[in-house]
Every structure is written in structure tokens, then in C-alpha cells.
Design a protein. Structure first.
Length: 165
């Protein structure tokens, strides 16, 4: 397992996932699902049965369901989804996102839904980590600059006269 003290490979999904996942039952009507998506400003919902994720319904699924005159979420939900652990590294999820073109991952522990991480969450996490790295590098450069300035002053003729060596 490759780890890095500088961030991305050690940070787990748990740090960036959405924990308040909007869920829906497979028996909910498609029109009700459409209302949920619009009112909550999300692009998809996790379909659950007894807190266990059984599918995902996206905006596209809802549109197709309406066009095909389907009635229930179960008629159009996607059963092909990826479940990941909250302990999985953000780095690995990013690789999966790029390789498999998945826009959202269901996060589960013991087969129960605990969160959701989307492409947008990963982009925001990457942006935040990049900012953190930039601040850290600037801090290191400032410390190095101050210590260099101190030693240059200390060993200068003025420094010798002040410190008396």
C-alpha cells in the first residue's frame, strides 16, 4: 500500500463524503422522485430497502421513465452501481472515477448506507488539498527564508558586533 504524508493517498472517503444522503424507496412514483431531485437540488437519489442500497435513480433515469410512461422508481432505477468503503482512499476513488466513468459512489458499511461521494465532492476535495499544499509550501519557504536571514545577519559584521563573538 503506497501512502504519502502529503495527503491524497492517505485521506479516506469518509472525510469528504456526503453523510446526509437523500434516499428513496423503490415503490416511490417517478413523479415523486422528480420532485425530490428538484427540491433537494441533487442529480440523483439512492434507492434503499431497510437502509441497504439497492439502486440509484438519476435525472436521466427519471426523464426516460416519464417518456416511457413508467410509474415507479423500480422500473427505471440503475442496479449497476459501485459500493465503496468509507475507509477507501480518495486517491483510489479518483482512479476509479477516471477509469470507469462513474459519477457517484455509494458508501456503505456492513451493507448499510453511510454516505455518498460524487464527482463534485472529489473535485472540491482536490481543490481544498491543493490549497492546503500551497499554504504548507509557502510556510516552509517563509521559515527557510527567516532562518537564512537570521544566519546571514548573525555572521555579518553587524551581527558579530551585536552578539560579541
Amino acid at each position: 500500500m503506497d501512502t504519502s504524508i502529503w495527503g491524497f493517498k492517505m485521506i479516506s472517503v469518509r472525510n469528504f463524503m456526503t453523510m446526509d444522503v437523500i434516499t428513496i424507496s423503490k415503490d416511490t412514483s417517478i413523479m415523486e422522485a422528480a420532485k425530490f431531485i428538484i427540491s433537494k437540488s441533487v442529480s440523483g437519489l439512492v434507492v434503499v430497502e431497510k437502509k441497504k442500497p439497492i439502486g440509484i435513480i438519476s435525472e436521466n433515469d427519471i426523464v426516460i421513465g416519464i417518456l416511457l410512461r413508467k410509474k415507479k422508481v423500480s422500473d427505471v432505477m440503475t442496479n449497476d452501481f459501485r459500493i465503496i468503503s468509507p475507509l477507501q482512499s480518495l486517491h483510489n476513488v479518483t482512479r476509479l472515477l477516471n477509469k470507469q466513468k462513474i459519477k457517484r459512489f455509494i458508501v456503505a458499511e456492513n451493507e448499510k448506507l453511510v454516505g455518498l461521494i460524487t464527482e463534485t465532492d472529489i473535485i472540491e476535495a482536490t481543490r481544498d488539498l491543493t490549497r492546503f499544499h500551497q499554504i504548507l509550501l509557502e510556510l516552509i519557504l517563509a521559515i527557510f527564508g527567516l532562518s537564512t536571514a537570521f544566519f546571514l545577519f548573525y555572521f555579518s559584521p553587524l551581527g558579530r558586533s551585536i552578539f560579541g563573538y
